[in-house]
Write a protein that binds this ligand. Structure first.
Ligand code: GRG
Length: 306
């Protein structure tokens, strides 16, 4: 997990390190409580192994921060925040499988299939995906049913063929090709990574009762930071060590993946990420101080080291 020390340099008056020191343990505790060991032991152990393996918890924290940005009590969005992390975790489990990216390490630990085998890893991902939606529907309290339904619909769309699944398919089909266009690369990143970032921010706002205009602005903010996040991910794959990343470094080059640094070089890629974050922060200006956590999280996306 990122040390809070890495986050202190954020160029805003808002104390992101203190904010994360409060939020990350709350998210960890909620995740631990969300899925308890049960029968059949193996599947619950496999689901908990990856869900509780650390990670930055960015998607849940973005969801809670977005809820706050429109005046909501973040506790309303805690089940949604947990569900987002369940879905993110299942996408990592499936992404790491031999049939996809074939990775041995994730979050500094052996990948799910290395510990439990491919069969259980697939099922652990499936179990987390289904439970995420059950969890939102059954655990969200103090929010009207129409808001919960709207948030579930948004999240489901972000996960399916119009979101993560679609982005992963185009990513897999692009491997080894030298003529991938910038439009295709943006499609991959907007869907594979951006869609869940966007849903994290949008669903937090929906649950808090945001207006359509507020949701549109937050969606654009999230699209920008999602794309910036993936550009930085591509850069870190080249510049960071495996120990820093908690997973194998240099995988993109090895798999001949289309990445921003490959198309634009490192300097231009960083410039584009910085530009996207600057634009994103401008969009939030009218939300005032309530959006300071989101503003600081946007900065963190380009400052991060893992
Ligand atoms: C969603 C139904 C369904 C299937 C999965 C495999 C797949 C389809 C999609 C791949 C999605 C994927 C792995 C995108 C990469 C996203 C990304 C940048 C991950 C790293 O996120 P961090 O840095 O990780 O936030 P931590 O470990 O900190 O949570």
């Amino acid at each position: 997990m990122t040390s809070n020390q890495d986050l202190i340099a954020t160029p805003t008056a808002f104390d992101l390190a203190a904010y994360l020191t409060d939020r990350q343990p709350r998210v960890e505790a909620a995740l631990d409580a969300s899925i308890r060991p049960a029968y059949p032991d193996t599947i619950y152990a496999a689901m908990r192994y990856s869900l509780l393996a650390g990670g930055k918890r960015l998607r849940p924290i973005l969801c809670l921060a977005s809820c706050e940005a429109v005046g909501g009590d973040p506790d309303l969005a805690l089940p949604m925040a947990c569900a987002l992390e369940m879905i993110h975790t299942m996408s990592l489990i499936h992404d790491d499988l031999p049939a996809m990216d074939n990775d041995d390490y994730r979050r500094g630990k052996l990948t799910n299939h290395k510990v439990y085998g491919d069969d259980i890893a697939i099922l652990a991902g499936d179990g987390l995906l289904a439970y995420a939606f059950e969890y939102i529907a059954t655990q969200t309290q103090g929010v009207s049913a129409d808001r919960v339904l709207k948030a579930i619909a948004h999240l489901a769309r972000a996960v399916g063929a119009n979101g993560l699944v679609g982005g992963q398919v185009v990513d897999l089909e692009s491997e080894g090709k030298s003529d991938i266009s910038i439009e295709t690369l943006i499609y991959i990143h907007n869907h594979k990574t951006g869609a869940l970032f966007q849903s994290s921010v949008v669903c937090g706002a929906i649950l808090a009762g945001a207006t359509t205009a507020e949701i549109e602005k937050l969606a654009k903010f999230a699209q920008n930071i999602g794309l910036a996040f993936q550009i930085i991910d591509d850069i870190l794959d080249i510049t960071a060590t495996g120990a820093e990343l908690g997973k194998t470094a240099g995988k993109d080059v090895e798999a001949q993946k289309a990445t921003y640094p490959k198309l634009w070089g490192l300097a231009e890629s960083r410039h584009q990420a910085d530009k996207l974050v600057a634009e994103a922060k401008t969009i939030l200006a009218e939300f005032g101080d309530r959006a300071l956590p989101l503003q600081a999280l946007a900065d963190y996306i380009t400052d991060r080291k893992n």
